[in-house]
Ligand binder design. Structure first.
Ligand SMILES: [Zn+2]
Length: 86
C-alpha cells in the first residue's frame, strides 16, 4: 500500500488499523470458505420439513413462509460469496 504522506492524529495508529483489517479479512475468508463448503450440503427443503409457528401456518397450495425464508437465506449466502469472490 503506497503512501504519499502520513497524517498524525492523536490516538490514531494506521498500522493498528491495517493489522486489524488484515485479521478481519482473514476471518471473513475462513467463514466464506466454510460457507462455500456447507452450501452444497444443504438439503432441498419442503414445507413439511419446517416447524410452523401459529403465524406461519398455511393451507395446502399457499406460500410457505418458513420455506421462503430458508431459500432466501441460501440465496443471500450465495450472493455474498459471489460479491467476495471467494
Ligand atoms: Zn409450510
Amino acid at each position: 500500500m503506497g503512501r504519499t504522506h502520513d497524517v498524525i492524529i492523536s490516538g490514531f495508529d494506521l498500522n493498528i488499523l491495517e493489522s486489524k483489517l488484515l485479521q478481519v479479512t482473514e476471518q471473513r475468508d475462513e467463514l466464506a470458505k466454510a460457507l462455500k463448503e456447507i452450501l452444497p450440503l444443504l438439503p432441498t427443503a419442503s414445507c413439511d420439513m419446517f416447524h410452523h409457528s401459529k403465524k406461519d401456518r398455511h393451507d395446502y397450495g399457499e406460500e410457505c413462509k418458513p420455506l421462503a425464508r430458508y431459500n432466501s437465506k441460501i440465496k443471500k449466502a450465495e450472493e455474498a460469496l459471489m460479491i467476495n469472490k471467494v
